[in-house]
Design a protein around this ligand. Structure first.
Ligand code: MOS
Length: 697
């Protein structure tokens, strides 16, 4: 057990500390970094999905007045490490996916760089490629493990036997689309290589972690960490796509090293992002559920097929939530991957849990329907007493409470019957559960110093719009037992102590724990009246860590869908979520995270659809005109509520992390509501009007 901080600043609806700078436009993002006499880089991308470069002619590009340098595999520096093949830019003639970086032009203006990049002539010996995921792909393989260190497969009991004898079963296949991260701010960097100085490389980069980005660059270029600085005060969204660096960071670093003393700027275009800045693998989910007449699950199986790239393995842990959500004596989960000639898949909000809460939560709705049991009640009947996978007790699990409170707020008991019609609209309601693991990373240190009458904390944390600038001072103030206004927390620079990535909803849990350790040490060392310059540091590893409980945040989401009987147009006028996510450090930033996640889930349900063209190995939908994301006009009455949850096992703040849980289960709730409205069970996302049109009256 951990003694929870006495909440004074924690829990208060505190205004974002970075809000004014953002609203006034004075917050500088990576590409805006004021540097003297910048040059601009523009990538050259492969136009074949697989093959070799046989010739590359840069003469026309180099002849343009104002072009400073053109780099290709023929003249680029040799990297110290090419172990990570995503990062091994311009190291050879091999093309592993369409859109791969094969060159870069640096010029006096961004327009000129782009024009010159277009003038680079690349000739390829094209090879046959395979970029299409199929459930029966001949080369499916089992990875050694899936992401977050989860086992690839799990099994308990005998699913087949339970399915054969069960009163009611659901055996269906569900699929999720390819989703492309589209933060407002593209992946962007200002890079300066100045070999005459002690810290020759500075990267102002849009990243979810300055220290992890530095570590990757140092590995690739063979530089010592002391000689590289990464700075990132503000991020215009990441969702995981900036959680690990991508090839663009290596390319701009290489470009800067070719022009010593000259700052080089590179911002990916929106279209370039679709090949270079992280997408979520499509998933195919074969599900088996078996239950007795009362709805108690007797078997639960999820077999997942997904893709990775040929150059780098990324194994989305899609079956992870199915392992722990509901009680069932017989269980099986598997993951199989096809390594294709495609861009490298990567992190996107709630990797694993997001796609993995689609198929199973729709299947639960199908089971409820076949049983004639209310879908809220079905979930409650299958509540596990302990974590089914590990046998550990829960640190806290309030799924049932979330379901009940959500049902109450939503008016679930009074919901209209299936196929209810109001004028030109069919109305349906649906429910699904949400879940996200409570994580904490290693490797985070904070210092606290008394300076000019204030407490200044420093930690290399990142705020990708989530609220770290604001909640970290709240935590520090309470841990120091001082006024919030007397605390300043500085983040976003490798000059500050090492910090973990803003990923896995672990930022507040991790950096907050380090700050609490430092604050506790500060108080014991200097008491309540410190002198100027008094300083301590604290490491997250010194914070108590519970290994005896299974820790997750839970939630329940309720959707109302309206389907136009004439056009099939789908609207979601109401989307309510109730979450049990530990103590909420700041209700303002938390609400923003939760409704942001829910909106992204709505986007997944109705709009986002990476349409892949397997003939050329490219997303046909590769800009925001074709790849639709939910916007304000698509969101109706969206509400995020939370329980006053007290969890003494997770950390000193009692926080569980809220950045990702909001997207989990949302798409299932919407799909379940569409079924209630129209009778059409959509198992392949997104729900577009063509899928319901034929069934309309
Ligand atoms: Mo998030 S996908 O864990 O950065």
């Amino acid at each position: 057990m951990t003694e929870l901080l006495e909440p004074r600043a924690i829990g208060r609806d505190t205004v974002r500390r970075d809000g004014e700078a953002k609203v006034r436009g004075t917050a500088t993002y990576a590409i805006e970094t004021p540097v003297e006499h910048p040059a601009y880089a523009h990538p050259v991308q492969a136009t074949v999905a697989r093959g070799r470069i046989t010739a590359i002619d840069t003469s026309a590009a180099e002849a343009l007045d104002g072009v400073l340098v053109v780099l290709t595999h023929e003249n680029a520096e040799r990297l110290a490490s090419t172990d990570d093949r995503e990062f091994a830019v311009l190291q050879g003639d091999e093309v592993a996916f369409r859109g791969q970086l094969v060159g870069v032009v640096v010029a006096e203006t961004s327009e000129l760089a782009r024009q010159a990049a277009d003038a680079v002539r690349v000739t390829y010996a094209e090879q046959p490629h395979d970029s299409e995921l199929r459930v029966d792909h001949p080369d499916l393989y089992a990875p050694e493990q899936v992401n977050a260190g989860h086992p690839t497969d799990t099994a308990e009991g005998d699913v087949a036997a339970a399915v054969a004898t069960a009163a009611v079963t659901v055996e269906e296949t569900y699929s999720t689309a390819m989703y492309f991260n589209n933060p407002l701010e593209p992946h962007a960097t200002t890079a300066l290589w100045d070999p005459a100085t002690d810290v020759p490389l500075t990267l102002w980069d849009s990243t979810q972690g300055v220290h992890p980005a530095r570590a990757a660059v140092c590995e690739v270029f063979g530089l010592e960490e002391e000689r590289v600085r990464v700075v990132c005060p503000f991020v215009g969204g990441g969702f995981g796509s900036k959680g690990t660096p991508h090839a663009n960071l290596m390319l701009v670093t290489m470009a800067a090293r070719a022009l010593p003393g000259r700052p080089v700027k590179l911002a990916l275009t929106r279209q370039q992002m679709f090949a270079l800045s992280a997408y979520r693998t499509p998933t195919i989910q074969k599900i088996q559920l078996a239950a007795d007449r009362t709805g108690r699950l007797q078997a639960l199986a999820l077999d997942v097929v997904e893709q990775t790239s040929r150059i780098k393995e990324f194994a989305e842990q899609t079956a992870a939530p199915a392992r722990m959500m509901y009680a069932s004596p017989n269980r099986r989960t598997t993951h199989r991957l096809a390594a294709l000639d495609v861009p490298v898949p990567s992190w996107m909000r709630a990797p694993g849990e997001c796609p993995g809460m689609f198929g199973p939560e729709v299947a639960m709705d199908e089971l409820a329907e076949r049983l004639g049991v209310d879908p809220v009640e079905l979930r409650i009947r299958n509540e596990p007493e302990v974590d089914p996978e590990t046998g550990k007790p829960w640190s806290s699990r309030n799924l049932v409470h979330c379901l009940r409170e959500g049902a109450e707020r939503f008016g679930w008991a009074e919901r209209p019957p299936a196929g209810h019609r109001e004028g030109a609209w069919l109305v349906g309601t649906g429910v699904a559960s949400s879940v996200y693991p409570t994580m904490r990373q290693a490797k985070s240190t904070a210092t606290i110093r008394f300076e000019d009458g204030r407490y200044v904390a420093e930690i290399g944390a990142a705020d990708l719009g989530t609220g770290a600038w604001t909640v970290l001072p709240q935590i520090t103030a309470d841990a120091l037992d001082v006024d919030l206004d007397d605390v300043e927390v500085r983040i976003g620079d490798t000059r500050y102590p090492v910090a973990s990535v803003a990923g896995g909803s672990s930022g507040t849990n991790t950096w907050g724990s380090a700050l609490v350790v430092a604050a506790t040490e500060f108080r014991s060392k200097f008491g309540g009246s410190p002198a100027d310059g008094d300083e301590v540091s604290g490491d997250v590893d010194q914070a108590s860590k519970d290994e005896d409980h299974s820790a997750y945040a839970f939630g329940a989401q309720f959707a109302e869908v309206r389907v136009n009987v004439a056009t099939g147009e789908l609207r979601v006028p109401r989307l309510y979520g109730v979450f049990g996510a530990g103590r909420i450090v700041n209700p303002r930033t938390a609400r923003s995270q939760l409704i942001g996640g829910m909106t992204m889930g709505l986007s997944m349900a109705l709009h986002e659809n990476g349409v892949w063209d397997p003939r050329i190995g490219q997303a046909a939908t590769h800009d925001l005109a074709e790849y639709h994301v939910t916007v304000n006009a698509d969101v109706g009455d969206i509400q995020a509520h939370w329980l006053d949850e007290h969890d003494p096992y997770v950390n000193a703040m009692g926080s569980k992390g809220i950045g990702e849980i909001g997207i989990t289960g949302t798409a299932a709730a919407v799909v379940n509501a569409v079924h209630r409205a129209t009778g059409v069970r959509v198992r392949d996302l997104p729900v577009t009007l063509d899928k319901v049109l034929a069934a309309l009256p």
